[in-house]
Design a protein around this ligand. Structure first.
Ligand code: PBG
Length: 327
């Protein structure tokens, strides 16, 4: 057989496969999202996300310690308040749930990098990501509250803020406010390319943040659109975003790649709650092998171009990286 080119040659042994691997991953790029709630002695499993919990502040420590043990050193914290109101006051209260969580986490584990999700939806009685004017979310009125939220998180100890609301102009508004208060060194990771997605369902159960009426389609993106993804990413970079995110991750690999190629800032991808829930449900039914699937999903996101991978599977992936299953 006169076959000169044989791609299989490089697949013959594990040694060779590793040597020629095109995508390399590292634990330092993992971010773990976690939920904190009011009260004490609470570690409550989220029904649609088996293995994920809502922690009260006194129980948060054990989870942070586990993250440190496996080498996941970046955490995004979501607060679940008891009180909600029309204007989401809890989001920017000095002693709000997430602000207290940041203070406590910083004190207990100064080595953990803390990222604040900046949005009003967990804190508004109507569940929308901004303040309402009639049935509409008022973009410009919301900006001021988002900037206040970001500032209060940074004052409480957040190392980075990540606005997820999808209002126009929020990156600039947040940047200006942080700078005015001497926080010009704090980076902004923008949820720049965030789609109106059914994959957020389990998160909204976890955070009790489903909109009371309507949907988020007037501010989150239409998933048919690709060029709009570049538009959003470019605008946010212009406004001062240091990192841009694509969310969800799994059905959006094409856009992770395009945003990577068309911007010159690091790109993050958020593997969201629905992705987690699907893997868990299928694994529990015995239909897929969980660990193999999460490794493949992660490699897919990194191969598409992500630099930072936000995932509820961060601890499992860190172990897989240690064991050399991926990376
Ligand atoms: C807040 C926010 C959401 C998620 C992250 N930040 C919910 C939403 O936009 O409805 C979703 C995360 C997930 O599904 O894991 N706006």
């Amino acid at each position: 057989m006169e076959l000169i080119k044989r791609p299989r040659r490089l697949r013959g042994t594990e040694h060779l496969r590793r040597m020629v691997r095109e995508t390399r991953m590292d634990k330092s790029s993992l971010v773990y999202p976690m939920f904190v709630t009011e009260g004490s002695c609470i570690k409550e499993e989220i029904p649609s996300m088996p293995g994920q919990y809502r922690y009260s502040l006194d129980r948060m420590e054990e989870e942070l310690a586990r993250l440190c043990e496996v080498g996941v050193s970046s955490v995004m914290i979501f607060g679940i308040p008891v009180q909600k109101d029309e204007v989401g006051s809890g989001a920017y209260a000095q002693d709000g749930i997430v602000q207290r969580a940041f203070r406590k986490a910083k004190e207990l584990f100064p080595q953990i990098y803390l990222i604040g999700d900046v949005c009003l939806c967990e804190y508004t009685s109507h569940g929308h990501c901004g303040v309402l004017c009639g049935q509409e979310v008022d973009n410009d009125k919301t900006l001021e509250l988002l900037a206040k939220t970001a500032l209060s998180q940074v004052q409480a100890g957040a190392d980075m803020v990540a606005p997820s609301d999808m209002m126009d102009g929020r990156i600039l508004a947040i940047r200006k406010t942080l700078d005015e208060h001497g926080f010009e060194h704090v980076p902004i990771m923008s949820y720049a390319v965030k789609f109106a997605s059914a994959f957020y369902g389990p998160f909204r159960d976890a955070a009790g943040s489903a909109p009371a009426f309507g949907d988020r389609k007037s501010y989150q993106m239409d998933y048919h659109n690709r060029r709009e993804a570049w538009k959003e990413a470019a605008l946010d970079v212009e406004e001062g975003a240091d990192i841009v995110m694509v969310k969800p991750a799994m059905a959006y690999g094409d856009l992770i790649r395009e945003v990577k190629d068309r911007t010159n800032v690091p790109v993050a991808a958020y593997s969201v709650s629905g992705e987690y829930a699907m893997v868990k449900a299928a694994a529990q039914a015995g239909f897929i092998d969980e660990t193999s699937v999460i490794c493949e999903m992660a490699a897919g996101a990194y191969r598409a171009g992500t630099d930072i991978y936000i995932t509820y599977f961060a601890k499992e992936l860190a172990k897989c990286m240690d064991e050399g299953r991926i990376g």
